[in-house]
Design a protein around this ligand. Structure first.
Ligand code: COS
Length: 386
């Protein structure tokens, strides 16, 4: 399908495709097995200006949009979703500063992020606050010119590897989610430490760690926006970043389809390649159609978000919901086409199936995405009747 990308977007896509094929694909299996953070690849991304893509031009970035970012994430995910999310999580951790940071915060942090000198991470989830993000317990108490943070954040992507963390903490417990605030916390701050690296089913080379705040003192200048704005910062950040998860899903699914077509043409059973059997052909046709539908929704959604539309929650959730369900279905079917070989680690599709699963879970489970979409539909209907 021709999505009428600009010349520049085609250039970015081709550059990332080349990096993915030459640098990521050859090491993807090893990174997955060892669960090793892909620092060498992050350096290559930095040299190729990929971290500048999502940073505004006035702060040393290239000022590109969500669509450009998604094109990159999709290409990276075809080669390895673990590598892709390590990159994408830095955009997620940076959006709060871009969307809500003060001029001083932007000048201080964004140029380093754009150069790829420092990775970032976004910290909202806690052990008892996953889907129910409003029930976080990590607290920030004002003390003179500082805030003192206490509490734990769980399953933070890029945790331990990133230098800059956007952390959502409660400053006024009585006000519920309206009492949450967003802070920047730098690695190395006294009282800020990390738990062990989690041993995950998929996206295994990406780093997922607990963040531990124990009387961690940070200057009041690290508050993003005002006190009480933390939930809004988190929700607006997720609105902008969820298409990135959809892009991971589309990339994973496309990779699995490409593998499945190649295998079906090579694998001989009953004296013929299995691609000549209708049972396999129908599966490939359905896989390709679902992927194209997911990509079309993603690109249209990303373009809508880039048009600076205000009501982006619904379309953002739709892209992630649809694409991640497609990725799970397509990768499961790819394993089926490979048969017994597909279940073995010697072939690439079992990794893709493991990697796909998380896209239905993180940045809000698909049950939460359905809730966001439905509430928006009901709100729109109520507004239209008025
Ligand atoms: N944009 C702007 N404001 C938003 C918003 C959005 N996308 N979503 C919610 N809000 C506002 C609401 O308008 C409401 O404002 P008021 O207090 O002024 O009325 C406030 O935030 C609270 O909203 P709501 O009552 O809907 O909050 P809930 O506690 O019911 O939770 C969901 C809403 C479930 C959508 C939210 O908790 C969520 O997104 N959970 C999933 C979290 C997630 O994605 N976790 C993954 C972690 S990052 S890997």
């Amino acid at each position: 399908m021709n999505y009428f990308l600009t010349e520049e977007q085609e250039m970015i896509k081709n550059l990332v495709k080349q990096i993915a094929q030459e640098k990521i694909a050859p090491v993807a299996i090893e990174l997955d097995e060892k669960g090793e953070f892909p620092w060498e690849l992050m350096k290559i991304f930095a040299q190729s200006d990929l971290f500048a893509i999502f940073v505004p031009e006035e702060y040393g970035g290239l000022g590109k949009g969500v669509l450009d970012l998604c094109i990159i994430i999709e290409e990276l995910s075809k080669a390895c979703a673990g590598v892709a999310v390590s990159y994408a999580a830095s955009a997620l951790g940076t959006y709060p500063i871009i969307l809500f940071g003060s001029e001083e915060q932007k000048k201080k942090y964004l140029p380093q992020i754009a150069k790829g000198e420092k990775l970032t991470a976004f910290a909202l989830t806690e052990s008892d606050a996953g889907s129910d993000a409003g029930s976080i317990r990590t607290a920030a108490v004002r003390d003179g010119n500082d805030y003192i943070l206490n509490g734990n954040k769980q399953w933070i992507t890029n945790g331990g590897e990133a230098e800059i963390y956007t952390v959502i903490a409660i400053t006024d417990r009585a006000r519920g989610s309206r009492g949450a605030s967003a802070f920047m916390v730098e690695k190395g701050t006294t009282g800020f430490s990390f738990g062990k690296k989690e041993n995950k089913m998929g996206i295994r080379c990406s780093a997922t760690r607990e963040l531990i705040f124990n009387d961690c003192r940070i200057p009041k200048e690290n508050l993003i926006s005002g006190e009480g704005k933390g939930f809004l910062v988190a929700m607006k950040t997720l609105d902008k970043s969820r298409p990135g998860v959809a892009a991971q899903a589309v990339g994973i699914a496309q990779g699995a389809l490409d593998d499945a077509i190649k295998y079906a043409r090579e694998r001989i059973q009953f004296g013929k390649p299995i691609s000549s059997f209708q049972g396999i052909q129908f599966m490939l046709a359905d896989m390709a159609t679902q992927i194209e539908a997911a990509r079309a929704l993603l690109y249209a959604g990303a373009r809508y978000i880039d048009s600076n539309a205000k009501d982006i929650s619904k379309i953002s959730s739709m892209t992630k919901l649809f694409a991640s369900d497609v990725a799970m279905k397509v990768t499961t079917d790819a394993v089926q086409i490979f048969g017994g070989y597909g279940y073995m680690k010697d072939y690439p599709v079992e990794k893709r199936m493991r990697d796909a699963k998380i896209t239905q879970i993180y940045e809000g489970t698909n049950q939460i995405q359905r809730e966001v979409i439905a509430l928006q539909l009901i709100k729109e209907a109520a507004k239209n009747r008025r």
